[in-house]
Design a protein around this ligand. Sequence first.
Ligand SMILES: [Cu+2]
Length: 166
Amino acid sequence: MQSSKRRLILAASVLGLGFSALARAHGEEGHPKKAGPVRKEQKDWGIAGEARAVRRTIDVRMADDMRFSPDRIDARRGETLRFRVQNSGKQMHEFVIGTRAENAKHAELMVKFPNMEHDEPYMAHVPPGKTGEIVWTFNRTGTFEFACLIAGHYQAGMVGTINVSA
Ligand SMILES: [Cu+2]
């Protein structure tokens, strides 16, 4: 277990992904959020947001047909959104914000290591019947993606678009 975990961390770092918080496993029930401050790191697609800055909440539904609803979200640069992500399916799903390139790379890794543990402020892992939440500030313009990176789901088209305009 110890050495397999080390291999996963190694694989993640070889691929240049920032899995600094290898804390929880996919498929685990609950995924309680850790107490304490959210780690804030500027990403190409924004930065972890403050709940008090939220002016708009977006409800997103995930289902076993491997689709998000809505699958297109528009935001303005500087806007902090709360995503309330409901899993209406019978299997685990997740909502991960990123660039297309980042998500594609990460999705590939998830196929190789389906039980890879990952958790970042731009991800919500949501067990069946549950609702997860993320608060994210879009401080860069561009076209980004939200995706379920669980092995096979991304490949089945479980992807949406976030467009951030100036
Ligand atoms: Cu999924």
